[in-house]
Design a protein around this ligand. Sequence first.
Ligand code: UD1
Length: 335
Amino acid sequence: MKNVLVTGGAGFVGSHVVDELAKRKLNVRVLDNLVGGNQNARGFAKQVEFIKGDCCSRQDCKKAVKGIDTVFHLAAHAAEGQSVFIPEFNAQTNLIGSIVMLSEAINAGVENFAFTSSIAAYGSQEKMPIAETAPLTPDDPYAITKKTFEDYLHVYHELSGIKPYIVRFFNVYGERQRMDDPYRGVVPIFINKCLKGERPIIFGDGLQKRAFTYISDVVEPICNIIGKKELVDNPVNIGTEEVHTVKELAEMVIEKMGSDLEIEYIDKRTSDVKIAYCDTGKAKKLFGYEARVSLEKGLDKTIEWAKKMGAQEFRYMPFTEIPKLTQKTYTSKKI
Ligand code: UD1
């Protein structure tokens, strides 16, 4: 691995991956459409080359993969619950964009193709924690595109020899995650609500469980696995084994922010998975993976950063593709 491309490199996870790869003295190029992440792109090291462009554009992808040996494909609109109401936008961004990037990577002779899949691809499962051997039964369009692109990678590995490295991330949070997006990322949403002096809202009873994983606990492993033979075309769960309810998270954020706001409970969101956490035994066995940052510590760091950023206005998406189905929790500007 020498010449690397990070798609979505100006985004939350992407920008941290860029920093880590730059630290390792690799030649890093970024392809990003700057829908979010302007600020992150401004902070890149000097050796990072930036291309403003879109994975859905064949021309942009062609330009971006030239001379590259390893692609980290992170460009995506990571909005699981919201994807139900924007299936076309979701498929364009998350699936078509990925297919265009993959085909141009193959055309350019790229050797390694890392893809950030998600535990969302498992959908609702009976058995917890979820191991990689569980069948993928996605419950929403976002999860469908993650699963489907994994299938594409498998097929094109067989056809072309390109080496896919598929990591299934859990709920990742930390510095640089967007605080102005009201639809995704419960951690920054709760922090931003407290900064604004508004009550955090919980969808449903708050007993839904997640393995909130601090950013550094996913960035290092994805950079480390390239070249590991046993991980080629062999998806692996990456995230913490520490599991919390959304209610516990809200209480922790409120306390850490020194706030006396009370939680507000409203209707559960359509297709919200109740429990989502995974077995990380495979990552442990294959490359000694261990998440190191507790939610307590990770929240402290994230809150410190968020306070510096200050409260943000939420930016609402101007459209839904299926108004007939869209729930109030997505259309009201309450969040
Ligand atoms: C998240 C990831 C997704 C990943 C998936 C894996 C983000 C932005 N999305 O989706 O990329 O594939 O995990 O499972 O990290 N909630 C509230 N109040 C709010 C906002 C959210 O109660 O104001 C609840 C949601 O209903 C949900 C939970 O918090 O039950 C987590 O929501 P969110 O952080 O958006 O992530 P997921 O939907 O789990």
